[in-house]
Design a binder for this molecule. Structure first.
Ligand SMILES: *[C@@H]1O[C@H](CO)[C@@H](O)[C@H](O)[C@H]1NC(C)=O
Ligand SMILES: [Zn+2]
Length: 536
């Protein structure tokens, strides 16, 4: 009944609006030239805002509108030309768990907040080149962040939960992990070997899987400190934990900028945390933060900070080495507004300012790591907030660097099971309810997960056991979160955006392991083909 009524109303609305002259003309520029930041107060919690009528909008966006818009889009496409130069700098933006559905939803949310709605354009969408990226690992169709980091940072696929080692190293195999012939060198290391500066920025622990892909070689992503190895009766004397590899390792110890969370992996048990957390977690009594300070102070101007205000007050023009560990563990979700934490954008600014001092060039890895963390909790509002923070950092890096010399890529390590589904009206908030079930008549949210803690089972919480079903049946119906006679559409894919020298190497579809090979070519570092024909 409800649907029929809605249909009648929709037809009436279209008929009525067809006679109304278009209230807004075609435009390339946003109607409201405010950033979404200016409007954050409007509805960060996503309450339904008085939206423009979708039907009215359809009338506005007639043939004339689309002709003009799409001709302009065609002109933009025709104007693209590759920048065939050596990439002096590379900034690698990694949105952890940032599926295409996440990017789409983030765009819809930002557009909702700016008033541009579906016409919003994200900073990375202005990049001229993009490519699809295949993410399977050496042993799994669906990868984790560790194996993916090995591939997209070093150029070879590894096994699930291993980092910086090739597929010869099985999970937790300490002996194999210590075999240097299985170690996969990262592009970050290639930059170091070429005498350039390097940095890592994340909102997770700096020893977490994605950032660790830049500097660690380990058979187990969870071996972030020695206590993690002792817990599984491993030998931390034999197999160095990731924090130790960051501070003492051949690659880790040369990183000039390290910003993120994870103090507990660096400090010993019994040492209090400055923000009152659970204190240090190391068994070996080492304070690796102090070690880092001692090491770097003799090399140049070195700063360790753990509070946003200290980062913002930093004299980056005179900083050679910078470590900032802003949380005991992962940094807080942006949606929780922890004032002791800098934003990803603020950390990215500090990192670029320090690294740009090197005339030889730099490699910077920036991870929007909490997008994935929020998705794991099925908290899509938080995930989208993180995705908007990620975009701000990308926009900043874009504005701070010259496309003639800095290659910026933006990609994800793997998808998350988030779908944008149902038929929500144009101009509505993607975080809201958007459509109705045609079985029970109940509404459902536009954003949903196919798995995770958000599952709502039958009233008594019992989920039918699929192994008791004939899942080989050609007409077997896969489990769904909402009962529907026929599904309403959903979409999914994984993408890489690129701008700068040799960004055009990223078109079509590629393996995640291809990425470092293309980066090395563009920057003329490491092994393999180089753009620069001969080097001394
Ligand atoms: C270190 O910082 C001081 C100012 O705090 C500055 O005078 C000096 O030049 C810096 N050294 C280097 C090597 O940048
Ligand atoms: Zn994850």
């Amino acid at each position: 009944m409800r649907l029929q009524l809605a249909f009648v109303l929709a037809v009436a609305a279209v008929a009525a609006s067809a006679r109304v002259p278009p209230p807004r003309g075609p435009q390339r520029e946003p109607l409201i030239k405010k950033t979404y930041k200016d409007q954050d107060h409007l509805d960060v919690m996503g309450h339904m805002r008085a939206s423009k009528s979708a039907k009215n909008r359809n009338a506005v966006e007639g043939l004339g509108y689309w002709n003009q818009q799409m001709q302009a889009e065609l002109q933009d496409q025709l104007a693209k030309s590759p920048i065939v130069k050596q990439a002096k700098n590379i900034i690698f933006f990694l949105g952890d768990g940032t599926s295409i559905s996440t990017l789409t939803a983030a765009r819809l949310l930002k557009g909702h907040l700016t008033g541009n709605d579906e016409h919003e354009v994200m900073a990375y969408e202005k990049f001229p080149y993009s490519s699809l990226i295949k993410t399977y690992s050496a042993d799994k169709i669906v990868t984790d962040s560790a194996a993916s980091a090995t591939a997209y940072l070093t150029g070879a696929k590894g096994n699930q939960a291993t980092i910086g080692v090739d597929a010869n190293v099985l999970l937790s195999d300490c002996d194999a992990m210590n075999n240097p012939s299985y170690h996969t060198p990262s592009v970050l290391k290639n930059f170091q070997d070429a005498g350039k500066s390097t940095g890592i920025v994340t909102v997770t622990r700096v020893t977490h899987a994605s950032p660790a892909g830049n500097y660690a070689h380990t058979a187990e992503r969870h071996w972030e400190n020695d206590d993690d190895i002792n817990d599984v009766e491993g030998d931390p004397e034999k197999c160095d934990d990731i924090a130790e590899q960051l501070v003492y390792g051949a690659t880790g110890s040369q990183i000039k900028v390290i910003l993120g969370g994870g103090r507990k992996k660096f400090t010993p048990k019994g040492v209090d945390d400055p923000e009152g957390g659970d204190g240090g977690k190391r068994d070996d009594g080492k304070n690796l933060i102090q070690t880092w300070i001692d090491q770097k102070q003799v090399l140049g101007n070195a700063s360790y900070v753990w509070h946003r205000e200290d980062l913002l007050a930093l004299d980056t023009a005179n900083t050679d080495y910078l470590m900032g560990l802003f949380d005991w563990s992962h940094m807080s979700f942006a949606i929780d507004e922890d004032t002791s934490n800098p934003s990803l954008e603020e950390m990215t600014r500090a990192a670029i300012e320090v690294l740009q001092r090197d005339d030889n060039g730099f490699f910077l890895f920036v991870e929007g790591g909490n997008i994935d963390k929020a998705h794991h909790l099925n908290e899509h509002r938080s995930a989208l907030q993180e995705a908007l923070e990620f975009e701000k950092a990308i926009a900043l890096a874009d504005s701070m660097t010259d496309p003639e010399e800095t290659l910026i890529i933006v990609t994800a390590d793997h998808s998350q099971p988030l779908v944008i589904n149902g038929y929500p009206e144009r101009g509505t908030d993607v975080r809201d309810l958007g459509d109705f079930s045609d079985v029970d008549g109940l509404p459902f949210t536009t954003l949903m997960y196919t798995n995770g803690p958000g599952y709502r089972g039958e009233p008594h919480g019992e989920r039918p056991d699929p192994s008791a079903e004939n899942y080989y049946d050609p007409h077997y119906m896969g489990a769904a979160t909402v009962p529907m006679i026929e599904s309403h559409h959903a979409g999914e894919e994984v993408i890489l955006y690129a701008r700068g020298p040799h960004a055009h190497l990223f078109t079509g579809i590629h393996e995640n392991a291809y990425i470092p090979h293309a980066l090395r070519y563009a920057a003329c570092v490491g092994d393999g083909l180089h753009f620069c024909p001969t080097e001394a």
